[in-house]
Design a protein around this ligand. Sequence first.
Ligand code: COA
Length: 167
Amino acid sequence: MTPDIRRSTVQDTDGIIALYKAAAASGGLSRKPDEITHAYVGGFLKQAVEAGLSLVAVRDGVIIGEIHGWPMPQSQFAHVFGDITIAVHPQAQGQGAGRAMFKGLIAEIETVLPHIRRIELGCRESNARAIALYESLGFVVEGRLKNRIYDEAGFYEDDLAMALLVR
Ligand SMILES: CC(C)(COP(=O)(O)OP(=O)(O)OC[C@H]1O[C@@H](n2cnc3c(N)ncnc32)[C@H](O)[C@@H]1OP(=O)(O)O)[C@@H](O)C(=O)NCCC(=O)NCCS
């Protein structure tokens, strides 16, 4: 069942914390579950609501996904939308929520942030699902940051710099 996609509000903070803790436990995010704090989620939600965008995916009244980001603050980079993070609850992954949220984010950027020309994100090389999603939306790999990510399992992996040019 396709979830409802809507703008986030600060009232969603607790639901988003629960979502990110679950997603962090199953891998893919750049934070471990104990790094998903109220300050972290409250901070990105405030910034996204005030200066960027945050969308949630809601199914049966429960937040099962969230995506956010914002334009860079400097005038020379103001056309760049970045700091994107997307998370879908592990039990809801692979059912279209990630694609629906990302398509919703791009549509919102084109509608309410018409000055944006570039959408960028980072993704670890082992995250095949996320890379497949981003490439299917038109993102291309522009760079590889060698050994940027350290996994507690004891290995380093590359972080891929990806971008989508819009308009
Ligand atoms: C990455 C993530 C956001 C994708 O969301 P999702 O809801 O699971 O993905 P969707 O069901 O919308 O699928 C989108 C695409 O992902 C790819 N995909 C889905 N399942 C996959 C799998 N098992 N293996 C490889 N690719 C897969 C496909 O290209 C799919 O496209 P399709 O719609 O044509 O099938 C989600 O899995 C997630 O939150 N993972 C943990 C956190 C994370 O990794 N965040 C991104 C950090 S860069």
